[in-house]
Design a protein around this ligand. Structure first.
Ligand SMILES: [Zn+2]
Length: 675
């Protein structure tokens, strides 16, 4: 039998990476899938009457071996992959989704869950148990378990249609993105562009055996072009091409798809007993209700709009003075923002990097975790890893009790996905009286050391490290009973609070003095640089806020009401955007036809959560600031009510217990310089 199906005889029960061979995975998955099925069958076949222990708790611990193998495999698939692992992932994914479906659509299992749920008031369950019961029940109901056969069939049809439409939506956006090229043949049209961007454009043209330079609607090509190209007419051309994606009179037009998608989502919600799709989605969010989201967006809009209008005036005046621009248009924003920012701050990465040596920043974030939560990080060499660059730490509390294992994988390499993320190889949970401590990992793509220099981070990399470390704290300090409610298993408009709040320490003198020291002279970063970093972080934040809000409002417009009466996408957008627009309308453009986040991705009725999370972290950090950023009492409240609680209670309840009240928008507005 594969090592993956056995108890790991390793230090702290850590994953035995060096002993796993690629050919172990498929058989290990197969065995674990069969074990999970057997565990479920043991529940449905139990002759005893269903109760909380023999059904709900038993379900929660079913499939733990499979989860453990999945964690190891899919984490490696993201951080250290190769063709073989890609192949295995392709083979395993359908097996796993079939198993998940077989469980949620299992009528005998649902019958037992419902029997327990129906007696919930007489079971004297604690909060965590109540949450677990409700979650288990809802997972079935939200998949149609309460419907009769006819309605179940309609639900299946709607889901099948939606899957096709969403796919089509995405394909159209992709096709339209790929269909456009800006082909430049005159060198003067490249004026203003950075050398790297020009080189890439030349490479693209050469690969098509064309002269000159080619720019596309892919972000790495498009964003630098609209940010730096001096030629306004060309910026206009490419910006309009971007705004016209899937909104042209051709076979890739998404207008019909949008109307069908929102209509089907509405029908689906109604079938399941919800007023609208937004009601369905928000039931499992901190915000709870569309009315709450709408009030949130409108409140923020009223408060941010004066600042946004002021900034728009300032940017317009700057463009007029600099280049005689009469009317600022959408294709001018990135360009003049960048120029104005340079003029105001002249901050550049090279100036800051010497103060952010990776090892010092890491020590700094550990020291902050010690000051706040009493954690100590000891780097160790005796824990197995999947790559020689992965560093491992034993994390202990003030009584030297093991809290977690922490892995850190910092540098880019072939086989690692882009970006940065936190993940776990083992969650925290209690079983048989034992508190199993979690194995948490952060994976990043930071600047590598060179032969002459250590790894020096850009400021953006510093905040990224703090962000992922915040997620890691949420995982490491978890202290719940059930693994499915542990750590970061929370509603998704709440999950960014622990991560984003950590970023705030990067802007505080008291914190920076701990780690922002020149790598050669050890001199602490000058205060004026910190001030500049702070100011530039909120530069033109009012306009950016208005833009984010406009997308949130559009999302709620599509999903928070009966969409039957919406005839024309463009007309609907103009109406919806009325309160958020600073620029003249571009009649050949529309947002929705390429708004993949909400029509093809997972963000429908969820776009608001970007701003929601910012409000939460600003409000929570404000509480620290009022009492001192290293105040142990506030830190304890944050740990006891948020970091350790996972998804065991409704996030609003947890938040109120920490903060003493619901989150307020003012701290964010203040931080962003909008009031
Ligand atoms: Zn995050």
């Amino acid at each position: 039998m594969s090592i993956l199906n056995q108890r790991f005889n390793t230090v702290h029960d850590t994953a035995p990476f060096s002993q796993i061979k690629n050919e172990d995975y498929i058989p290990a998955f197969d065995v674990a899938i069969e074990k999970t099925k057997a565990e479920i069958e043991a529940i449905t076949g139990n002759a005893e009457v269903a109760n909380f222990e023999n059904t709900i708790v038993a379900m929660t611990y079913a499939g733990m071996e499979l989860d453990r193998i999945s964690n190891i495999f899919f984490n490696l698939h993201a951080a250290e992959t190769n063709d073989e692992l890609d192949q295995i992932a392709q083979e395993v994914a359908p097996k796993l989704s079939k198993l998940a479906n077989d469980i949620t659509l299992n009528p005998q299992l649902f019958e037992r869950v419902k029997a327990v749920f129906d007696q919930r008031d007489s079971l004297s369950l604690n909060k965590e148990q109540q949450t677990l019961l409700q979650k288990s029940y809802r997972d079935f109901v939200r998949n149609g378990a309460l419907l009769n056969e006819d309605k179940k069939e309609s639900l299946r049809q709607i889901d099948a249609e939606l899957a096709v439409l969403k796919l089509k939506f995405g394909e159209n956006v992709l096709a339209e993105t790929n269909a456009y090229q800006l082909h430049i043949t005159q060198e003067r049209d490249l004026a203003g562009l950075p050398e790297g961007t020009i080189e890439a454009a030349r490479g693209l043209a050469a690969s098509q055996e064309k002269p000159g330079w080619i720019f596309t609607l892919d972000f790495p090509s498009y964003i630098p072009f609209v940010t730096y190209a001096d030629n306004r007419e060309l910026r206009r051309e490419i910006a309009i091409a971007a705004g016209r994606k899937a909104f042209q009179d051709n076979s890739h037009n998404n207008e019909d798809n949008i109307r069908k998608i929102v209509q089907l989502r509405f029908q689906r919600a109604q079938l399941l007993g919800y007023e609208t799709h937004a009601h369905f989605v928000l039931e499992e969010r901190m915000a709870q209700q569309p009315s709450k989201v709408n009030a949130f967006l409108n409140d923020l809009l009223q408060k941010a709009k004066p600042a946004a209008e002021r900034e728009f005036q300032e940017l317009s005046a700057f463009a007029r003075k600099r280049d005689g621009i009469d009317q600022l248009e959408k294709w001018d924003t990135a360009y003049y923002s960048e120029k104005l920012k340079q003029e105001k701050f002249s901050l550049d990465d090279e100036l800051l990097k010497p103060y952010f040596q990776l090892d010092k920043v890491l020590d700094g974030v550990f020291t902050i975790a010690q000051k706040l939560y009493g954690l100590h990080f000891h780097e160790v060499q005796h824990i197995d890893t999947y790559h020689e660059e992965v560093r491992t730490f034993e994390v202990v509390d003030e009584t030297n009790e093991l809290i977690a294992i922490f892995y850190a994988d910092f540098f880019p390499r072939k086989g690692k996905r882009n970006g940065a993320w936190m993940t776990s190889f083992k969650p925290q949970y209690r079983q048989d009286g034992k508190n199993e401590r979690p194995h948490i990992s952060i994976v990043c793509n930071f600047t590598r050391p060179t032969a002459t220099k250590p790894s020096l981070l850009t400021f953006n990399e510093v905040t990224t490290l703090f962000h992922e470390f915040g997620h890691a704290l949420h995982g490491m300090l978890a202290n719940t009973t059930y693994p499915t409610l542990s750590g970061t298993s929370v509603y998704w408009d709440f999950v960014e609070l622990p991560s984003q709040i950590m970023e705030n320490w990067c802007y505080e003198k008291e914190a920076l003095e701990l780690f922002a020291k020149h790598y050669q002279s050890n001199e602490t970063i000058p205060m004026e640089l910190i001030e500049k970093i702070k100011e530039s972080a909120s530069f033109l934040e009012g306009m950016a806020t208005l833009r984010q809000l406009s997308f949130g409002i559009l999302d709620m417009g599509w999903h928070g009401q009966d969409p039957s009466d919406i005839q024309k996408v463009k007309a609907f957008e103009n109406e919806t955007f009325a309160s958020t627009q600073l620029y003249p309308d571009v009649k050949e453009n529309a947002v929705s036809p390429s708004f993949s986040h909400i029509f093809n991705g997972g963000y429908s009725s969820g776009y608001y959560s970007y701003k929601w999370a910012e409000v939460l972290d600003a409000d929570a950090f404000d509480y620290f600031k009022q009492n001192g950023i290293f105040n142990r009492d506030i830190a304890n409240k944050f740990k006891d009510n948020i970091l350790s609680k996972g998804g065991t209670e409704h996030p609003m309840e947890l938040y109120k217990r920490f903060r003493g009240q619901e989150p307020q928008v003012e701290p964010l507005l203040k931080r962003a310089g909008l009031i």
